[in-house]
Design a protein around this ligand. Structure first.
Ligand SMILES: Cc1cc2nc3c(=O)[nH]c(=O)nc-3n(C[C@H](O)[C@H](O)[C@H](O)COP(=O)(O)OP(=O)(O)OC[C@H]3O[C@@H](n4cnc5c(N)ncnc54)[C@H](O)[C@@H]3O)c2cc1C
Length: 494
């Protein structure tokens, strides 16, 4: 049997999850095409990283979102175990402060029943403050959803891609899709900046740019994906305020509210805003004074206290790929035959991604009559980088005896050793990442994510990249088009 050639456009959480699921079958020969130098640098990198329970989706309005959010929440429990992805499941509290908010919040109890989300209930002030003492004591109560979790979003994409490649998927980075070739109403392949790639099936998972890819295939020229910006503050690990649950204010028609959470890496994070930007602002990830002030004010309302602003280690923004009416466009087409959209996947897209992947698999099976023969030796597992920070002193001692590079610390904020940086470089090469970037090392090792934001470690990492790839030091990049060590916090302050 000749495998069906599949090109997936976009290595965000949706494209990489689809690649992993297709890699389970003999039927497909999959190429995952990404325009950036690395995977997961679109919406999947900068978001709140909540695995939503599914009680905020209206099944009458968004039935697919409601169903795939619930299924995704369940699947992530298995995927995070198989792929060693950092995750925790503290549950979430939607906090209300007055009767109007209480009335709005209680609507989600009904939605939880409709969506069959377990354990969702109202808690009032006494119980609420016992559940999480960091909440502002003026709160009246909250809707508690115990199945909410939080994940390391960039590490999730990296882990899924590593596993997909291990199971036969080819990753092609720095290849921007510029055209979809259709002959006699059938998909034939994609034109990329790295050349033509033949394909029987093209799956569009290009996030903010999924409208463009859809138009390239001649699908619905009226379909547009609008950037909706969300801004955040991230605080140092070393602050007193550390919410135990995932806290947020009551939702509005366009957002799930402002969150205050302790991230999977132990930092207090507050945000986001929800601001519709012009259509041509799909790379506009700067923050704004107005947006950040809004986040600060909402968080002051939500929390008993906020840390001093000197404890902020960074502000950042992410862009939601917002489709018309908030409707995800997941469809396999007859015309052109072989074109599949997984387009406009706005929130809760991260949560739903594994379920979206199975949904797309079934669409392909039904529409194009694929038999789906499981691979005998498909490997569901992927192990994480060996991290000094997670080890006991005795274990570190053993590691150093075998490899002295574990004893050389490159990032003191996050305790990352030289051996970890080298392992990350080797993993990137193995996955098919062509340009080893400083950001790529940061997202794999966490070096540069701490208080000093890379002031100490960036040039050390640049040296190691140069040494282990043969790229001259002056050509090492932080991220696309940013050479050298870039701006670092110490330099910005001076
Ligand atoms: C502020 C904010 C908060 C959010 N919070 C949550 C949350 O808490 N929980 C949750 O479940 N969801 C959340 N989301 C939504 C979630 O992040 C998205 O639904 C999800 O990341 C979308 O994934 P994606 O793979 O479709 O898009 P992306 O991650 O953007 O991936 C698309 C990829 O396609 C690539 N690409 C684009 N054009 C081309 C081309 N022409 N050729 C090749 N490659 C191309 C891009 O570079 C990118 O890597 C949030 C989003 C934002 C922005």
């Amino acid at each position: 049997m000749m495998p069906i050639k599949v090109v997936i456009v976009g290595a965000g959480i949706v494209g990489s999850s689809i690649a992993r699921v297709l890699s389970m079958y003999e039927d497909f020969d999959v190429t995952l095409v990404e325009k950036e130098p690395d995977v997961g640098w679109g919406s999947s990198k900068a978001n709140t990283a909540i695995i939503h329970p599914g009680h905020e989706e209206e099944p009458d309005v968004h039935p697919l979102r409601a169903r795939l959010c619930r299924e995704g929440n369940i699947l992530w429990r298995q995927w995070t175990r198989e792929l060693s992805i950092p995750v925790k499941w503290p549950g979430e509290l939607m906090v209300f402060f007055n009767e109007e908010e209480e009335k709005n919040a209680k609507k989600y109890i009904e939605l939880a029943k409709l969506n069959k989300i377990p354990g969702v209930r109202v808690v009032y002030r006494n119980e609420l403050l016992q559940m999480d003492p960091s909440i502002n004591p003026s709160a009246l109560g909250a809707i508690y959803a115990p199945t909410a979790g939080t994940i390391s979003s960039f590490e999730a994409v990296i882990a899924i891609v590593e596993n997909a490649v291990e199971n036969g998927v080819k990753l092609l980075t720095e290849a921007e899709v510029r055209g979809v070739k259709v002959v006699d109403k059938k998909v034939k392949g994609v034109e990329t900046t790295k050349g033509f790639i033949e394909a029987d099936i093209v799956i569009n998972a290009a996030g903010l740019y999924s409208d463009k890819i859809s138009h390239m295939a001649g699908i619905d020229s009226g379909f547009v994906v609008r950037p909706r910006r969300g801004e955040y503050f991230l605080f140092d690990e070393n602050v007193r305020v550390k919410p135990e649950k995932l806290l947020h204010t009551t939702p509005t028609p366009i957002t799930k509210g402002v969150y205050a959470i302790t991230t999977i890496h132990g930092n207090l994070m507050i945000g986001p805003t929800a601001e519709d930007l012009p259509m041509d602002a799909k790379d506009e990830t700067s923050t704004s004074e107005k947006g950040l002030e809004y986040v600060w004010k909402e968080s002051e309302r939500l929390l008993k206290e906020l840390p001093p602003r000197t404890k902020i280690i960074r502000t950042f923004a992410g862009l939601r790929p917002e489709p018309p009416g908030g409707h995800w466009r997941i469809e396999a087409y007859d015309d052109p035959w072989g074109f599949v959209n997984a387009a406009g996947i706005r929130s809760p897209g991260f949560t739903a991604a594994p379920a979206i992947a199975y949904y797309v698999l079934n669409l392909i099976k039904d529409k194009y009559g694929v038999s789906l023969v499981k691979k005998k030796h498909w490997n569901p597992y992927r192990s994480d980088i060996v991290r000094v920070k997670d080890k006991s002193l005795q274990e570190i001692d053993e590691l150093i005896r075998k490899n002295p590079d574990y004893g050389e610390i490159i990032c003191y904020c996050k305790t990352v050793s030289k051996a970890e940086v080298i392992e990350a470089i080797e993993r990137m090469k193995k996955a098919g990442v062509k340009t080893i970037t400083i950001d790529g090392i940061k997202f794999r090792t966490r070096a540069g994510l701490g208080m000093c934001q890379g002031s100490f470690c960036r040039w050390r990492i640049a040296l190691l990249i140069s040494q282990y790839t043969g790229v001259p030091l002056y050509q090492v990049v932080v991220k696309k088009d940013l050479y050298g060590v870039g701006e670092v916090k110490a330099l910005l302050k001076s």
